[in-house]
Ligand binder design. Structure first.
Ligand SMILES: NC(=O)C1=CN([C@@H]2O[C@H](COP(=O)(O)OP(=O)(O)OC[C@H]3O[C@@H](n4cnc5c(N)ncnc54)[C@H](O)[C@@H]3O)[C@@H](O)[C@H]2O)[C@@H](O)CC1
Ligand SMILES: [K+]
Length: 511
């Protein structure tokens, strides 16, 4: 399933009309009919609908919804916001079809004074005011209509996207409809995955409108959702006669004297995610405590300085030998020795190198080596770490997640796993996949260490992009499984996530 901006949606609509030959009025009929069907399925015919219609094609969809609901015997009132003369093209056509079907609309401004009382008797408000065609601040009379609707307690269902919310960005300096439910057309829009605009959408359901998939080849951007189907379809099953070496040799460099837990979580997650061999490199005093938690791992003791890892090049060279992937970072602390270690691994390690947590802070100094590296490099920043890497604020990163992840991945030739709600995986090619699993129970120290261990295990035996996207999926999916058992998300711990990985992985049925 793709994720699009308003401009991309308009260009695909145009290609469908002009190149494929499916008229816009048919797409609008499909859109309105699909939405009416969902409304009837969800709310039934006995509910009363109040449809508010704007002057663009989103309003045109509103006329189709109104006609189909009336055809089906539902109680519907229709109000248009602009002057009648403003309707053009397909919206004008469907306004006429609505009228010729014997149905009537009223001007919003004529009922404005009585509408709170009218709406008191109305169950559901359908918002067909503005769609993907909005530009800039919402102008009058739409701004006042939106503000009035938001004051009501009625259930609000938006067509395509909540009116006033831009499709492709989180630029929102004005009031927009706060929908309970959004029935989005054909594909979800970028703003649904951004922290600032997501809450406006409410629950989202996708309504196909008949755009042929081959039109997608005209899109330059590649953003898509990585869901259960993608995980299952891309999963490479273990061979029935596999031996340990076939399941990947994974190295985890983690844990200073004060932070043994980070190494235990990352190591344990790698083991639980099916790594054939997991070796944890840490300070000597950590080994007994970590080993009591991660019995299956092997241990390498690195030289240290004041409780922080400071390995020699010989120690690093020996550790790298034979490994498909190495993750560096959890619980290491930011020391000059860490920067040296990261630089050495970037140059000399030929497998997949995963840089997380403290190791990310070395990247600014190591930029040119990262660009020159030919083996795959993965970085797993949370928004704060990403902001540090590009010298921007966290709010800038949150508002521009797609662009930030994509441009960093392209500039440095790395895979970026930008964490947060709807974690993004950006490939060096610019291709982006978005995760839809997970919940607030994951917002805890240690949860990133678990993901790092999972990533290290999966990249060691699967292709890199599906491995990253699927690791993120399983991490969130385990949290979703736990959420079904617990009423309070706050009680979910990173260790619980590790324990639930077998249940999460069972969707790929790898016996
Ligand atoms: N043929 C098509 O292109 C299809 C489009 N569809 C619908 O059409 C929508 C896009 O249609 P449009 O491009 O006509 O745009 P919209 O319906 O989103 O709105 C554009 C209208 O709003 C006005 N407007 C723009 N910015 C504004 C602002 N800041 N404040 C107040 N008014 C503003 C414009 O003057 C124009 O009248 C989609 O969201 C979808 O609902 C669907 O019917 C499927 C087919
Ligand atoms: K809308």
């Amino acid at each position: 399933m793709r994720i699009v901006t308003g401009e991309e949606m308009a260009s695909i609509d145009a290609i469908t009309m002009n190149k494929v030959g499916l008229p816009g009025a048919v797409l609008m009929e499909n859109a309105g009919r699909g939405i009416a069907r969902k409304l009837l399925d969800h709310y039934g015919r006995k509910r009363r609908f109040f449809i508010v219609i704007g002057s663009g094609n989103n309003g045109g969809d509103g006329f189709v919804v109104a006609r189909v609901l009336k055809d089906e015997g539902a109680e519907v009132q229709v109000f248009i916001v602009p002057e009648e003369s403003r309707y053009k093209g397909d919206a004008k056509l469907h306004k006429r079809v609505f009228e010729q079907s014997g149905y009537r609309w009223k001007y919003w401004k004529d009922i404005e004074s009585q509408w709170p009382a009218m709406l008191y008797e109305t169950d559901i408000i359908v918002d067909a005011l503005l769609g993907t065609g909005i530009s800039g601040q919402v102008k009058e009379p739409y701004a006042s209509v939106i503000a009035s609707i938001n004051k009501l307690k009625n259930e609000i269902v938006s067509i395509d996207l909540p009116s006033g919310v831009p499709a492709g960005s989180a630029e929102l300096n004005h009031e927009a409809i706060k929908a309970d439910r959004t029935l989005t057309l054909q594909w979800t829009k970028v703003s649904y995955y951004l922290e600032e605009t997501k809450p406006y959408y409410g629950e989202v359901d996708v309504v196909p409108i008949g755009i042929p998939p081959n039109t997608l080849r005209h899109l330059a951007s590649q953003r898509y959702i990585w869901g259960k189907n993608e995980v299952v379809n891309s999963w490479v099953m273990s061979k029935p006669n596999a031996h340990k070496g076939d399941n990947g040799r994974v190295g985890i460099i983690a844990g200073s004297e004060a932070m043994p837990g980070a190494a235990a979580l990352a190591g344990s997650a790698a083991v639980r995610s099916g790594a054939g061999f997991t070796t944890i490199a840490t300070v000597a005093q950590n080994v007994p405590v970590i080993a009591s938690h991660v019995k299956e791992a092997m241990y390498t003791i690195f030289s240290e300085k004041h409780g922080y890892l400071a390995p020699t090049e010989t120690e690093l060279a020996a550790f790298m030998d034979n490994k498909q992937s190495i993750a560096v970072g959890p619980g290491l602390g930011r020391t000059p020795a860490l920067t040296k270690m990261v630089a050495y691994l970037l140059v000399h390690f030929k497998g997949v190198l995963i840089l997380d947590a403290d190791a990310l802070h070395c990247l600014k100094e190591c930029g040119p080596i990262v660009q020159e590296r030919t083996a795959p490099t993965v970085i797993t920043p949370h928004p704060g770490e990403m902001a540090m890497l590009i010298d921007q604020s966290v709010s800038y990163v949150n508002k521009n997640r797609f662009e930030v992840a994509e441009s960093y991945a392209e500039q440095y030739g790395v895979y970026v796993v930008l964490k947060g709600p709807n974690t993004i995986v950006a490939e060096p090619s610019g291709c982006i996949s978005v995760n839809v699993t997970g919940n607030a129970g994951l917002a805890k120290g240690g949860s990133g260490d678990v993901l790092t261990g999972m990533v290290a295990a999966l990249v060691a035996r699967q292709r890199i992009q599906p491995a990253l996207s699927s690791a993120v999926f399983f991490h969130g999916y385990a949290a979703d499984l736990l959420a079904k058992q617990r009423h309070v998300l706050a009680t979910i711990t990173p260790s619980d996530i590790i324990e639930h990985l077998p249940e999460a992985f069972s969707i790929v049925d790898d016996d």
